[in-house]
Design a protein around this ligand. Structure first.
Ligand SMILES: O=P(O)(O)OC[C@H]1O[C@@H](O)[C@H](O)[C@@H](O)[C@@H]1O
Length: 473
């Protein structure tokens, strides 16, 4: 059986006995990819230690072997908290003002990619296909090629790929564009992301388009295509169906009494637009005073990347915003915003989504946004709620029946909340049905299968040099 090797910064090693760990979107998606392969999942152990071992720790769990490496404090600071999350993350999310580039962080990022490649190369067999995930590992294929690996290597970028002028503001952008072309297949979330990267490679690297998404860059052929990531629809729907028996869900619903629920669930990240959303909810109550006391907004926002100063600052800003809004609008019998920073497991979230009349998913920019998809899938088919979705989330392309909003315009979002709350059941059903069908068709399995089927081609056909006609195109 052909082996699949997955590489990602975070690795979700299941507990012994097959019990899955609490997993984010990336981990669930990657797990799905192993359903038709055996193989290896390589990445950071999540541990930071003074003297990390050079060899990865190997953990066997059935058909998948996990190979994890620790990071030194310097690696963690420069590679993860520094270049990946203070330079690449803001730039990829179009937040030029938040980007903090440092040469030492970039050299740490390059060093960790090199160290990962050296450790991984020893574990890869000639027949393996390799699938690398996310922005922490842009140069990995290039490092692996430098060590002589000729295996098909694919890359999936979970976050947005910005327009050339934005990306090229990053001082290391030229190196990264050169390095990314060492992947055989590059998967992005949406077609605009594909256009942004392809255009940049053509204009900046003089790449030659070969048709069908293929480009010749510096004598190497790569293909760029969109593969919108999906969710585990069956698992999520089942969780929502069973959620009524969950204590947290039951008590939350009981606490609402007759109030309608607005829900937001996001990692605490400035790309998610949490304070902006709170301001929009505040505007809604300001212009709809009759709704005060009739609607509750629950915002669940687990803390994230607290070691990065911009995230610490955001945590303070959100606390202040919640305090101000609750203080000025609330009364002893009603708190407009219930804000929690605890992470809840899937059954609780699925139950809360189902109970919520409105799902508020209003990122300032997002590669895809799986919460939007989960909210849709969790709805009851008799009485579905309404999704208010940012037009700057990749998911908006697959969910055009949602109420699409500009998250920078708090009044537009406030108006959409009002429309959602007053929407008839007939219109809610009409909007929800096509979205639910699309989510079911385009689920995580569809996503993984599409990417891997295409990556498999690179074992043979795609490696052949372009014909004269293609090269002249
Ligand atoms: O791994 P972190 O920094 O805690 O962030 C959580 C996840 O955030 C996602 O949005 C990224 O695409 C993932 O790669 C990442 O793992």
């Amino acid at each position: 059986m052909a082996r699949l090797v997955i590489v990602s910064n975070r690795v979700a090693v299941p507990e012994e006995g097959g019990k899955a760990v609490a997993a984010g979107g990336l981990a669930v998606a990657v797990k799905e990819a192993f359903s038709s392969y055996e193989g290896l999942w390589f990445g950071w152990s999540g541990t930071v230690t003074e003297n990390p071992a050079e060899e990865p720790t190997l953990i066997d769990r059935g058909r998948v072997q996990y190979a994890v490496v620790d990071l030194s404090p310097q690696d963690h600071k420069e590679y993860y908290a520094g270049f990946a999350n203070r330079a690449l993350w803001p730039i990829m999310h179009y937040r030029l003002g938040l980007g903090a580039f440092s040469r030492s962080d970039y050299s740490g990022y390059s060093r960790v990619n090199r160290t990962f490649a050296r450790a991984l190369a020893k574990l890869v067999e000639p027949d393996d296909i390799i699938w690398v995930h996310d922005y922490h590992l842009l140069p990995l294929a290039s490092e692996l090629r430098g060590l002589g690996l000729a295996n098909p290597i694919g890359y999936f970028h979970h976050i947005p790929w910005p327009a050339a002028d934005v990306f090229n503001s990053l001082p290391a952008s030229g190196d990264l564009l050169r390095a990314i072309a060492d992947y055989d297949l590059i998967g992005l979330q949406t077609d605009p992301d594909v256009q942004n990267l392809s255009r940049n490679l053509i204009d900046t690297m003089r790449a030659i388009p070969l048709g069908g998404g293929s480009l010749m860059v510096d004598g190497r052929r790569t293909r760029i295509r969109s593969f919108p990531i999906g969710i585990d629809v069956d698992g999520f729907r089942e969780a929502a169906d069973k959620a009524g028996s969950n204590k947290v869900v039951r008590e939350t619903i009981a606490g609402l009494r007759t109030r309608k629920l607005l829900i937001g669930v996001d990692r605490l990240d400035y790309s998610k637009g949490v304070p902006e959303r709170m301001e929009a909810v505040s505007s809604f109550f300001a212009s709809n005073p009759d709704q005060r006391g009739n609607v509750t907004y629950i915002q669940i926002t687990p803390k994230s990347r607290s070691e990065v100063p911009e995230y610490e600052q955001l945590a303070r800003e959100v606390n202040e915003t919640v305090g101000e809004i609750n203080g000025s609008l609330g009364d002893p019998a009603w708190t407009p915003i219930q804000y929690v920073t605890k992470a809840y497991p899937r059954p609780v979230l699925a139950g809360l989504y189902r109970a919520a009349r409105v799902g508020l998913v209003t990122p300032m920019r997002d590669g895809m946004n799986l919460v939007a998809k989960e909210y849709v899938v969790a709805q009851s088919e008799e009485d579905p709620g309404v999704l208010v979705l940012s037009k700057f989330a990749g998911a908006a392309r697959q969910l055009p029946e949602a109420l699409l909003v500009n998250p920078y315009d708090r009044f537009e979002v406030a108006e959409a909340i009002r429309t959602a709350l007053y929407m008839s059941r007939g219109e809610r059903l009409e909007r929800w049905k096509p979205m639910a069908e699309r989510m079911t068709r385009e689920d995580v399995d569809w996503w993984a299968r599409n990417f891997l089927t295409e990556l498999e081609h690179f074992r043979t056909v795609e490696r052949e040099p372009p014909t004269a006609a293609q090269a002249a195109e």
